[in-house]
Design a protein around this ligand. Structure first.
Ligand code: HEC
Length: 212
């Protein structure tokens, strides 16, 4: 009996311990990754949260607009943020967002929306929108660009859309498992947000298996 208990308990404890370690790592990793510019998914949730009179999220994510039209749409709405300067007020619901964040957001929306009705959560009010919305360039970069070389290889470089397109079409990069829409999202995110200043990148993200 004792023997059987002994054989049973450890795996349970190990599993519980492992779950805790992973939960802890996830939080630590989130903090450590603050240097990565925010992506369109997070920015959409934030602009919606700070908007006094925008449409609901279901309406927003089922609407097709160009990047320019998304900017006009949000500029025509009001921010709930108080104490804004006149210049910030003119940005409407986009007040407090930087120029790069606005471009990242509007590119994300124009590339990834509209969502089909069957992609929407059943209970929009309680939905985890982060899990429903298409992955953004930040997430794609973190998920797909650290397997062969350090993240720094990617985020210390600046380039326009075309330049990033050339890099991503190189043979080393053609099998990264992204569909056409994700590739466009990635290219726009990188073109707008890179480079990250080197002194903001923690050393752990400069090391990579490729030794770059
Ligand atoms: C399957 C392995 C692999 C993955 C995953 C990968 N890369 Fe690379 N990448 C390489 C190799 C190999 C090189 C080095 C080529 C060289 O030395 O010229 C490279 C070089 C680069 C460079 C340096 C510029 C250049 O053209 O040499 C950039 C920028 C880059 N990768 C970006 C990315 C981005 C962005 C992602 C994620 C979307 C990514 N890489 C994911 C293999 C990979």
């Amino acid at each position: 009996m004792t023997r059987r208990m002994n054989r049973w308990i450890p795996p349970v404890l190990v599993a519980a311990g492992t779950a805790l370690v992973f939960a802890g790592l996830a939080v630590a990793a989130d903090d450590a990754l603050k240097f990565m510019p925010r992506g369109g998914r997070e920015l959409l949730i934030e602009v919606k949260a700070k908007c006094a009179n925008c449409d609901d999220l279901v309406t927003l994510v089922t609407t097709r607009r160009s990047a320019d039209d998304w900017q006009k749409y949000f500029t025509g709405k009001q921010s709930t943020v108080t104490g804004l300067s006149d210049a910030e007020k003119r940005k409407g619901a986009l007040a407090t967002f930087t120029e790069k964040q606005i471009r990242t957001l509007t590119a994300y929306l124009s590339i990834n929306l509209p969502l089909a009705r069957d992609q929407l959560p059943r209970d929009p009010a309680r939905a985890q929108w982060e899990a429903v919305l298409p992955v953004d360039g930040r997430k794609l970069t973190l998920d797909r660009c650290m397997g062969c070389h350090s993240l720094a290889t990617t985020i210390l470089i600046s380039g326009d859309l075309n330049g990033w397109g050339v890099i991503m079409r190189k043979s080393d990069h053609v099998n990264l498992g992204m569909n056409a829409q994700q590739l466009q999202e990635l290219l726009h995110y990188l073109a707008i947000n890179m480079p990250v200043p080197e002194n903001e990148i923690p050393d752990e993200f400069k090391k990579g298996t490729g030794g770059y």
